[in-house]
Design a protein around this ligand. Structure first.
Ligand code: SF4
Length: 475
């Protein structure tokens, strides 16, 4: 499941020193964040919808087996086929077998985080198939042989020049001197090339934003329309979705769609919202002859009933990522996981194991903005803390940190000792800092001081101020 070598710790330095990345990340505030704020403010019932969506999804998860059975029977009734994949390898094998049976050479793919999770492209290419991503951002990073750096804006880390040079390098059949300075020129070129791929593809693979139990349909939202072309033009369509994407009814799906677009991009609706049920029927002008749904578990049922079950409500809107100060500083590639930011910090250890991913839940300031903006009211900080506790209990946390936390725990559990040390330490540190009022270096605080000064304590302790406040005095 690793999308890049290294870990957050080892990748962070390079990310912070990358000027193009930093310029791209600076736009999060004026882009996604600002637009979501306006969209939420323009919908007075936004918070009430969040409560409804949370409750709806909780009810589905409480009875997921039944909803999955209903969904399966409805898909079959409509002429589709359902495949159950317990592991990533099962899903890869199922998709490959369908492609081989269809005698496929070229696969058109709509954006799908599940296919990233199971590393599908690599697998299909290894078996001699050509796979073309049709979402523009995904297409660009495919040309650059990179993983996505964001779950809804996969090429957010790149600027126009980098895209133009990727096009010049990989579209060898075109005139090398063509002008590609304008976004329009890039768009036109990608569109012309992808159009040929849509028409030639034998199999289309898409993800699904929601699976609807009552009708056996799936809902797909895109802003480019590529998902619709991917599912209607090829002879065979495969939907790759994880089991928690179930919603009970079309009405429940519309509730989730209203939240998704506003939380993700600040739009009222995405440009294309398509509900598809089964393959092409007699009389239909277009659509695939075969319609397959691959339902992936890959660790999700193990999350049910435990401290991380709430994460299964996630609708992949990326609001938590867009508002996370850590993501805003280092971008998605630094996480080394396809799922990044706060949602990735909870989901990745759950799916791929804490042993390899214990650093991810540490990459949070616990400012709580992720939970504040999450449309599904997922308690992300609580779950990241739960991972930290598990890492500590299983001795995965580094020994020095464990020792430090142990000392802290010993002191914090003895208020008299805590107060004595604070009352002695505060004036001592203030005196040592002198007139400058800050430390450029301090033993045990090098992690902080290697990139900035540490301010010396000023005035009275919080506890002293609190006592004074309770007595009605001045703080
Ligand atoms: S955790 Fe919440 S905010 Fe983050 S992607 Fe999922 S639904 Fe969106």
């Amino acid at each position: 499941m690793r999308s890049r070598p290294g870990s957050i710790k080892s990748n962070t330095g390079a990310a912070l020193a990358d000027p193009v990345l930093q310029e791209a990340l600076a736009k999060l505030k004026t882009g996604f964040q600002a637009k979501r704020k306006i969209a939420a403010a323009n919908l007075p019932e936004f918070d009430a919808l969040r409560d409804q969506a949370r409750d709806m999804k909780r009810a589905v998860l409480d009875d997921l087996d039944s909803y999955l059975e209903i969904f399966e029977s409805k898909v079959i009734e409509q002429g589709g086929q359902v495949h159950w994949a317990e592991t990533a390898q099962d899903a890869r094998d199922i998709v490959l077998a369908i492609c081989k049976k269809a005698n496929a050479k070229l696969i058109a793919k709509g954006k799908s985080m599940i296919s990233e999770e199971i590393m599908l492209n690599h697998w299909l290419e290894e078996h001699g198939l050509e796979v073309v991503e049709t979402d523009l951002g995904e297409y660009i990073i495919q040309l650059r042989k990179e993983p996505p750096s964001h779950i809804i804006a996969p090429a957010i880390h790149l600027n126009r020049k980098q895209v133009a040079s990727a096009f010049k390098e990989r579209h060898k059949e075109l005139d090398g001197d063509r002008p590609l300075d304008e976004p329009r020129a890039l768009l036109d070129e990608a569109r012309a090339i992808l159009r040929q791929k849509f028409l030639a593809a034998d199999v289309g693979i898409t993800g699904a934003n929601f699976l609807v139990a009552e009708t056996g349909s799936f809902v797909l939202v895109t802003n480019e329309g590529n998902g619709d072309l991917t599912q209607t033009l090829p002879r065979v369509h495969i939907v790759l979705a994880s089991i928690e994407k179930l919603v009970p009814t079309l009405e429940a799906a519309s509730l989730a769609v209203r939240l998704l677009a506003r939380s993700a991009t600040g739009q009222e609706m995405t440009s294309y919202t398509t509900v598809t049920t089964g393959p092409k029927r007699a009389g239909d002008l277009d659509g695939p002859d075969e319609f397959h749904i691959v339902l992936l578990d890959n660790g999700r049922t193990a999350m049910m009933g435990g401290p991380f079950e709430d994460m299964l409500r996630c609708i992949r809107c990326a609001a938590c990522i867009n508002h996370c100060p850590v993501y805003g500083a280092i971008g998605g590639h630094a996480y080394a996981s396809f799922y990044c930011g706060p949602m990735g910090a909870v989901l990745t250890p759950a799916l791929a194991g804490l042993e390899d991913w214990a650093e991810m839940p540490d990459a949070s300031t616990f400012c709580g903005r992720c939970e504040q903006v999450c449309p599904m009211r997922i308690p992300l900080p609580r779950m990241m803390r739960a991972w930290r506790e598990r890492a500590f209990e299983r001795a995965i946390t580094p020994a020095a940190t464990r020792f430090g936390l142990g000392v802290w725990g010993f002191v914090a559990r003895r208020p008299w000792l805590y107060r004595t040390l604070v009352n002695l330490g505060m004036p001592l540190l203030a005196m040592l800092a002198g007139k400058r009022g800050r430390f450029a270096q301090l033993p045990l605080a090098s992690g902080w001081t290697k990139s900035r000064d540490l301010p010396a304590p000023e005035g009275k302790t919080f506890l002293a101020q609190w006592e004074a406040y309770k007595k009605g005095g001045q703080r």
